[in-house]
Design a protein around this ligand. Structure first.
Ligand SMILES: Cc1cc2nc3c(=O)[nH]c(=O)nc-3n(C[C@H](O)[C@H](O)[C@H](O)COP(=O)(O)OP(=O)(O)OC[C@H]3O[C@@H](n4cnc5c(N)ncnc54)[C@H](O)[C@@H]3O)c2cc1C
Length: 288
């Protein structure tokens, strides 16, 4: 299958990418190409112009930035998974990135492309929501920030504007007493998440729960934030019974995704099982 005709432009800098976006209506940015190229070959996307940002060095890399971790939009999944800084300060992102597909996909696919494409079965959205990440966007007119829970709007739909570039993400460094876990049931053919559970809990010195987050990939058309479960856990003992009761009593999903591989009912069942396991693993890690 061949894509429809398009013009190819390579941007040498973010500034040049913005100028090219301004000059070409309906253009698409190309990062790792692992979602855009298949979409173009299937003619689900037919951009008249493609702007390659894949070699812009300033968009890559992971660094400490005050109290948070800065992740460049072009950072590939393999680099996220291997980052010692992320493993120390925000291990949930590294753990999720390590589960993406296979080494080829992890070496080419980028975090910016992953979240801009917003496949409901992608691995990064739920951990980013659970970690309270912020997405930094740039246009020719200026910059803005969107928190991850507002960024993912629906199926393949985000808050990203047509002429905007994701420059980087910032993720708060994990506080003392916090543990996290990402557990995934993957589709055997693609590796995409049938259910990906991202959990984080902060434990007080007396062992009770000070804060919690539980989010899912693969269950609804964008990352499912189980706020009611988290709310039920805060102040609890975080023992197995408390976690089971919070998930059983409070985890719901409007209109869960269903297909020939996994029905909506089955996905919700998986979310309950994986959600409990992820919370318990996060608690054990928090307690060290
Ligand atoms: C066989 C296969 C298996 C996969 N399995 C998984 C999996 O298990 N889990 C998972 O999470 N993902 C999976 N993926 C997706 C992969 O992880 C990539 O992250 C994803 O394809 C998009 O990243 P990319 O860099 O290739 O983006 P591209 O394909 O280059 O771009 C995707 C979209 O993002 C836009 N975009 C890219 N960068 C920016 C930017 N900086 N600012 C604004 N817009 C931007 C593009 O315009 C385009 O619309 C799989 C892909 C393949 C091909």
């Amino acid at each position: 299958m061949f894509p429809a005709k398009f013009t190819y432009h390579r941007a040498a800098s973010v500034q040049q990418a913005l100028e090219l976006l301004a000059a070409h209506d309906d253009a698409k940015l190309l990062a790792g190409g692992h979602s855009l190229i298949p979409m173009m070959k299937l003619r689900l996307a037919q951009p008249p112009a493609v702007i390659d940002i894949g070699r812009i060095a300033e968009l890559s890399g992971i660094s400490r930035d005050d109290g948070s971790i800065r992740i460049g939009a072009l950072t590939c999944h393999a680099d996220l998974a291997a980052s010692e800084l992320l493993r120390q300060e925000c291990p949930l992102i590294a753990e999720a990135a390590a589960t993406v597909a296979d080494p080829q996909v992890r070496n080419k696919g980028t975090i910016g492309g992953n979240i801009a494409h917003a496949d409901p079965a992608s691995d990064l959205p739920a951990p980013l929501v659970a970690c309270d990440a912020t997405i930094h966007l740039l246009t020719a007119d200026g910059s803005r920030e969107v928190v991850a829970s507002d960024f993912f709007v629906g199926l393949l739909t985000t808050a990203l504007g047509e002429k905007e570039v994701i420059t980087h993400l910032s993720v708060p460094a994990q506080t003392i007493g916090t543990g996290s876990a990402y557990l995934k049931v993957e589709h055997p053919a693609s590796g995409y998440a049938v259910c990906g559970a991202a959990a984080a809990v902060t434990v007080r010195e007396d062992g009770t729960c000070a804060a919690a987050a539980l989010c899912f990939n693969g269950i609804t058309d964008s990352a499912l934030n189980a706020r009611a479960v988290a709310g039920a856990l805060v102040g609890s003992s975080l023992d197995d019974d408390a976690i089971d009761a919070a998930v059983d009593g409070h985890l719901t999903a409007d209109d869960p995704l269903g297909d020939v591989y996994a029905s909506g009912e089955y996905r919700l069942h998986l979310a309950k099982v994986q959600g409990k396991r992820a919370l318990k693993l996060a608690r054990d890690r928090a307690r060290g």
